[in-house]
Structure formats: structure tokens, C-alpha cells
Design a protein around this ligand. Sequence first.
Ligand SMILES: [Zn+2]
Ligand SMILES: [Zn+2]
Length: 351
Amino acid sequence: MKAAVWYGKEDLRITDIPEPNVAKDQVKIRVRWCGICGSDVHEYREGPLIIPQKPHPLTGKSAPIILGHEFSGDAVEVGPHVKRIRVGDRVTINCLIYCGSCVYCRDGEYNMCLRLATVGLAWDGAFAEYVVVPEYTVLKIPDQVTYEMASFAEPLAVAVRAVKRSRLKVGDTAVVIGAGPIGLLVLQAAKAAGAGQVFAIEPIKGRRELAKQLGANEVFDPGQGDVGKEIAERTDGLRANVAFECVGHQSAFDTAVRVTGRRAMIVMVGMALKPLEVPFFRLWGHEKEITTCTGYVDEYPAALAFLADRRVLVEPMITARIRLEDLIEKGLKEMIQNPGRYVKILVTPGG
Ligand SMILES: [Zn+2]
Ligand SMILES: [Zn+2]
């Protein structure tokens, strides 16, 4: 089968490899669509970041490894111990592979598993014709959800978790900083969770327009004027209850501090690879909190429900559909060279 195999930094090879075999408790999935994630771009350009450099303690995997984790497809083969999934089911997966026996797994906090692995990073992923995964990761796609929509279940689960971690209450004002794929999903998840006003702050014009289209009450360009003041004017001077920092950058974090009010929550959704400076004195006086969120635990059913009844729209976020053979030239390299042109690129192995 065709697959995109990561060998090292800037060494991703689209090659022919043998189809994977199904173990007793595993499901083989024929991939329909797989989205390119920001983390795929990072691994391609500057990896390994999450890809294990020595055999992973749980999966035994390290490079070369197949990338791709935001996908949908059809179950085409199941192992003899598989009970819940049948051949022909339309499926997506929760990408966490966990040990099931550590203290966090025993409490159901799988994203904290001491031996956590992620499909597409420490287990062969879905930039391939077929992928094989444990049955417990597999979720059926509701009828109303297309394969394209279902390939957003993974990033939407991240967004739903971000909203949960924010402890957002019905009617709260929220600000989303960064209207990339995750920011646009957080925006919609916050609305679905009952946020009052949701504002988006984003430097790229096309993404601001998309944020508006997807439900932002107003959008702001961080390069134009004082966004803190703008938000204050729209909230009786109180500013936002919650800010979602979906960039992972000092300036975006500074904006989060400025746009939030007293007792506000700042959720660090973006992956800040460099240390950030935190104005503790300002946070202290206003009892602001900062929290983080990583991946998801049990947010997939909510994500699939939001897709099914269209509380969350993803089609407008699809800016290109490409074939697996073109993953490097028309996918990863394009996203690096023209970051403003794309929101989500979906990849199909075709056939
Ligand atoms: Zn992702
Ligand atoms: Zn565990």
C-alpha cells in the first residue's frame, strides 16, 4: 500500500509498504480522508518533537513511522476478539493508545497515561491506504456525518476539551486568539457550550472572515488598535471571562491577559515551544487563572454530536483536498510557504 513514512526531519517518503496485519483485538481501516495537522508540519519541518527517538515503551515504535491522525474511513477487517466494530462500519478513532494500568488510566484520565502513545506519532498513522488500531480507539460515525466532516472529530475533540478546561459558563464572554483550525473549532465549541459573546482575534484577513462566518460576534486584527479596549467597550468594561490562546506565542498570550477581566481563565491551547513571560502581578491582582489542555479523554461523542447536528461547521474550513502522493508538495510545503492561504488540507489515498 501507499503510505507517507517519516524517516527524519524533512525526510518524509511516500512509498509502497506491505499492508498491516490485524491482531486479535484490532481493526483495519481503509482511510478515506486524513487532515494535515499543525503537528504534522512541525514533525516534518523540525521533528522529531513527539515522534519517539527510541522504541516507545508501550507501542515499541520509533521512526520510520507513518504520520496522520485526523482521519475517517471504513472498517475492512476485524480481529477475532473484536466485538463492537463490524466490517463495513464507517469509523474514526480516538488517537490515544494507553496502557490501561497506570494510576491515571485506572482513573480514566487516559491523556495523562504514563506510557501514552498517539496514533500517527508513536503508532503508524493514516497518511496511508490502511491503518490498523486497537478496537477500543474506534468510534462509529453518525449517519449525518460525512467522511470529510468526521476527519475533524480529532481536532474538534481537542477544542471541546479546551472549553471544558476553561470552566466556561452559559452566557460567559469568550475570546479566541488565533483563528487557525483549532481556534475556529474552539470558537464554535464555546458557542455550542452556551457562551454569550465570542470574539476572535486573528491577523490574517481570510481567517477573520471565516471566524465571522462560523459564529464570532466580532473579529479583530491584533495589529489594529488596542484589542483589550475594544473588548472592554463591548462588555461594560468587564472584559472576557475566558480567553483561549490558540497560537502558542508570547504576543498571543499577552493579548489573552489584556482581553480578560477579573477572575478570568486563560486556556493555553496552542503549543508554545518556547518559554513565555507571565505578568504575575497583573494576574495576581485580578485572580486570573492560567490552565493548559492536551489532547482529549472522552470528548469524541460530544464532537461527533456537534458535527452531526451542525452546531459545528467544518466544510468552510477545508481549503484544499489533495491526494496522498501530493502530501509533501501540495500539502506540507504549501502550508509552510503560504500559511495564510490554508486552514485545513484533507488528504485522500484515493481509489
Ligand atoms: Zn492534530
Ligand atoms: Zn496508563
